[in-house]
Design a protein around this ligand. Structure first.
Ligand code: SF4
Length: 268
């Protein structure tokens, strides 16, 4: 500090005023500096707070986006779960239906099997007859006022006409106008004679027999009216000779008559 020489009161006064002004100026500067520093600090704080607020805003925004995404995912999951539930429900219903159908089918099958067993267990009238009658009684079965040889041949020929398909006995008895009692006995007789075989079959829920040809009997009935048996020129008759069955009117008439008779029998 420089020492000044005071030479007069006025000078002293001036010096004092100058010193005072200096002090005021310094004070002002100091105050300004303090204010600036304080302002700076406040601004800094504000900037930090702003930064923090922005960071928080960003975080909040991210959180909001994440929340939205989570909600959207939740909705999608919910929809998926509902769709799955529906599919599962449908599957369960279909399974139930399938099981019910299966059960119904099984029940039906069992019922049919039981019915079949019941039917199989049922004895036929013919089976009872076979037990009751002796073989001779069956073979010698005869219908009143009927030529049994002719009937046996006729029925055998009729059965033979159905070849391997055979014919149901009830249909045949209807054609022949025979009662089922006589028809059953006749079928047994034909079987015992070895002319036919009988196959037990279930027809429209009832047991019956399919009659199949086994052996066509050789019968003299078919030739008993043949003109050749009483022909006076039979000795001279040959297929290549002057007298021949190829040109014989007797044989022609006989064949035509036999055919007509056969047809008439079949339609009866
Ligand atoms: S075919 Fe006529 S001609 Fe010859 S034997 Fe018979 S009936 Fe007689």
């Amino acid at each position: 500090m420089v020492k000044k020489e005071i030479t007069s009161p006025a000078k002293l006064k001036k010096e004092l005023e100058e010193a005072k002004a200096e002090l005021v100026s310094r004070n002002k500067k100091l105050k300004l500096s303090v204010k600036t520093e304080a302002k700076k600090k406040v601004d800094k704080k504000k900037a930090v707070a702003k930064k923090k607020a922005e960071a928080k805003k960003k975080v909040d925004k991210k959180k909001a986006v994440a929340k939205k995404k989570a909600e959207a995912k939740k909705k999608v999951d919910k929809k998926k779960a509902e769709a799955k539930k529906k599919v599962d429900k449908k599957k369960a219903e279909a399974k139930k239906k399938e099981e019910a159908k299966k059960k119904a089918e099984e029940a039906k099958k069992k019922e049919e099997e039981a019915k079949k067993k019941e039917e199989e267990a049922k004895r036929t009238y013919e089976e009872e007859l076979e037990e009751q009658l002796t073989e001779d009684e069956i073979k010698n079965f005869a219908i009143d006022k009927t030529d049994m040889d002719k009937l046996v041949n006729r029925v055998t020929e009729m059965i033979a006409s159905y070849a391997t398909n055979g014919i149901l006995q009830n249909i045949l008895w209807r054609k022949l106008k025979l009662s089922s009692r006589d028809g059953s006995r006749l079928a047994l007789k034909l079987e015992k004679l070895g002319n036919i075989t009988r196959e037990k079959i279930l027809e429209n829920g009832r047991w019956t027999y399919l009659l199949l040809i086994k052996k066509i009997p050789i019968s003299t009935i078919s030739i008993e009216n043949a003109p050749c048996l009483v022909c006076p020129v039979e000795g001279k008759c040959s297929t290549d000779g002057e007298i021949s069955p190829k040109t014989c009117v007797y044989i022609e008439d006989w064949v035509l008559t036999e055919l007509k008779t056969k047809k008439r029998h079949e339609t009866n």
